[in-house]
Write a protein that binds this ligand. Structure first.
Ligand SMILES: [Zn+2]
Length: 259
């Protein structure tokens, strides 16, 4: 049995720590900063077993050197097609990462869009997806195309509905303001805003979130829904012909959106 613990970093990043009950070590996903990880390890008398990286951005990979320095010979998994100093195990879609210390195997998926080599890790109904999917939002397209991002999100949409999604940032409340602008009549979004406001008022994370909830509330997973298509058409004054068109203009709308 594993617990997944958020270690907050920077302003709104989460470094996800996989902690085995009664175990002696943890694995971390996207340690952008070594310091909060080392503090967590020290406070809980644990060591580090493995590092997994979803993409090259510094706020997800910046802690590799300091952690590898302190914990020699631990595996550092990350996307083979990105230049990330310190990776020991480059991975790509189809690879399976065995983490025997956690009795867990993780499947690697290529999910380009936010960056070109971005990967996700999926296993035991948990998805670690970095900056590709956020609760009620998605990552900006810094390197990839809308076509790539839509294909990546479609891969995530095919996972089991009860998949617990662990995203790289606490952006949920801001994303919901945009989601409600797109779909003002969506009752799931209204209910989610109330729930998320209550969590944030107590400084609790809004993650993980289930795929089932995201399919009801995340406009970027809803580009084939008539309500979303109509909203984007009205906003752009265009007639849109494909989910990729809808996604492209929805993403551009969000990029300009001020709540
Ligand atoms: Zn990023």
């Amino acid at each position: 049995m594993n617990h997944i613990i958020p270690i907050p970093a920077f302003k709104d990043n989460y470094i996800w720590a996989m902690v085995k009950v009664n175990g002696t070590g943890i694995a971390v996903i996207d340690p952008g900063d070594a310091k909060p990880v080392l503090t967590y390890l020290h406070n809980n008398q644990l060591s580090l077993n493995a590092i997994l990286i979803t993409h090259h951005h510094w706020d997800h990979s910046g802690g590799i050197a300091a952690l590898s320095d302190q914990f020699k010979n631990i595996p550092v998994y990350g996307p083979a097609s990105e230049n990330i100093p310190g990776l020991t195990h480059p991975v790509k879609e189809g690879d399976i990462i065995a983490l025997p210390a956690f009795a867990l195997s993780l499947n690697v998926y290529d999910i380009p869009g936010h960056t070109l080599g971005h990967v996700a890790y999926y296993g035991s109904e948990m998805l670690f997806c970095g900056d590709t999917l956020f609760s009620c939002g998605c990552g900006r397209l810094f390197e990839g195309t809308p076509t790539q991002m839509v294909a990546s999100l479609d891969k995530i949409k095919k996972l089991p509905l009860n998949t617990q999604i662990y995203c790289g940032h606490e952006y949920t409340l801001a994303n919901l303001a945009f989601a409600q602008t797109v779909e003002p009549q969506n009752a799931y979004i209204a209910a989610k805003i109330a729930a998320v406001k209550s969590l944030r008022a107590q400084n609790y994370p809004t993650l993980p979130v289930t795929l089932a909830s995201e399919l009801q509330t995340n406009p970027f997973l809803r580009c084939t829904e008539p309500t979303v298509i109509k909203a984007v058409e009205q906003h752009t004054n265009l007639t849109l012909h494909s989910p990729i068109d809808v996604f492209t203009h929805l993403r551009a709308w969000k990029d300009q959106f001020v709540s």
